[in-house]
Design a protein around this ligand. Structure first.
Ligand SMILES: [Mn+2]
Length: 371
């Protein structure tokens, strides 16, 4: 069953409409009151993040922790599954003093308030332990799940990021935040919306302006320009060498990757190629084949649906960007063959003509290493 959105922020329909700002304000006041109602009397809150948390998950969780401390005087624990792979995201944790704990080290029964951010029960990126029902969900991803049992689902896919949703609770209620929180929310909104260029509403812009105004630009730059290990360039070289342009679709395979964020990072880069409509980048880590999809916006383009179809239900996402995490069979797992099958299904799904295939740079067997 589909959850009913708890707020339609209005910005998605028409930000210029008179009263849209007032409506956003009323909704933020209402949502903060509901959060306080659910959190009242609770002493041990736990904030559970999206699997392989991205800056939006990290930023919104850090801000929510700050908000609960400020309003209720309680100290929330941040729990995550997967890993924080991208160097920028690790720099974010370090520079903004965000402390997160691996979920396996946590006994969920020790906590009396469970909040899920930037994902929701039923989504592939929500890895709550079996049987744990959250009290609060704050998320903007298109829903596949059932939130009937959640006391306060603050859920609205119109928003460009979860950081905007948490930011609105501060900004619209006149609650001050320190520069760390402002910087974390700024980076969360920026990365989730590609600098406010995708899936945003006027409200995302308003909240962004506020948090950006309070952020530390030098720290922001240190996060965004974090230095990368040599492995980054090795992966990049492999991505370029193996990339194939098929009709209007670009696909490549990274082979073994150190962390799952690599596929999204490379997909964003390759998406800049002129003339193409689709990008699919894949790589494997242990028994999982990761895949990231980008698409040029068009009325009939649904990247989330493509991700779901080609992964047998292990993927999903938005209209122009999506991802999948496909478990490989335990025995005889052959990630390379699994990628070839995935690519086949992808090209078929987006109707790219396989006969029109050429390498992006060099043929995959070209010698590119120095002897
Ligand atoms: Mn997000």
């Amino acid at each position: 069953m589909k959850p009913s959105p708890t707020n339609g922020n209005g910005g998605g329909t028409n930000g210029a409409a008179p009263g849209a700002g007032r409506r956003a304000h009323r909704e933020a006041v209402h949502n903060l009151r509901r959060l306080i109602d659910v959190a009242r009397g609770k002493r041990r809150p736990l904030i559970h993040l999206q699997h392989n948390p991205d800056p939006d998950a990290l930023g919104s969780a850090a801000a929510l922790r700050y908000l609960l401390d400020r309003l209720m005087g309680v100290d929330a624990t941040l729990a995550y599954t997967g890993r924080v792979g991208r160097v920028e995201n690790r720099a974010m944790l370090r520079h903004l003093d965000i402390r997160i704990k691996p979920s396996f080290k946590i006994d969920y029964a020790d906590y009396d308030l469970i909040v899920v951010v930037d994902t929701h029960p039923g989504a592939g990126t929500c890895r709550l332990p079996e049987g744990v029902v959250p009290d609060v969900v704050i998320d903007h991803h298109p829903s596949l799940g059932d939130m009937d049992d959640v006391a306060f689902p603050y859920y609205d896919p119109e928003f460009g990021s979860t950081s905007t949703m948490v930011g609105a609770l501060f900004v619209e209620n006149g609650i001050p935040m320190d520069w760390r929180i402002a910087t974390a929310l700024t980076y969360g909104i920026r990365t989730d919306t590609m600098d406010l260029s995708r899936g945003t509403t006027p409200l995302d812009e308003n909240i962004f302006r506020e948090v950006y105004g309070h952020s530390d630009k030098q720290v922001l730059s240190r996060i965004e320009r974090a230095r990368v290990p040599q492995a980054y360039f090795i992966t990049l070289e492999r991505a370029l060498r193996r990339a194939q342009v098929t009709d209007f679709a670009l696909t490549t395979y990274l082979g073994e990757i150190g962390h799952s964020d690599a596929v999204a990072e490379i997909a964003d880069l390759l998406f800049r190629l002129e003339g193409i409509k689709w990008v699919m980048v894949s790589g494997h880590n242990g028994p999982t084949l990761y895949c990231s999809i980008r698409a040029v916006q068009s009325p009939d383009v649904k990247a989330g649906k493509v991700a779901r179809e080609i992964s047998g239900g292990f993927g999903g996402g938005h209209d122009t960007f999506a991802a999948a995490q496909i478990p490989l069979p335990e025995h005889d797992a052959d990630p390379d063959a699994a990628y070839e099958d995935l690519r086949e299904r992808f090209l078929k799904e987006v109707r790219a003509k396989k006969t029109l295939t050429r390498p992006l740079t060099l043929p995959p067997d070209a010698k590119t290493s120095v002897p």
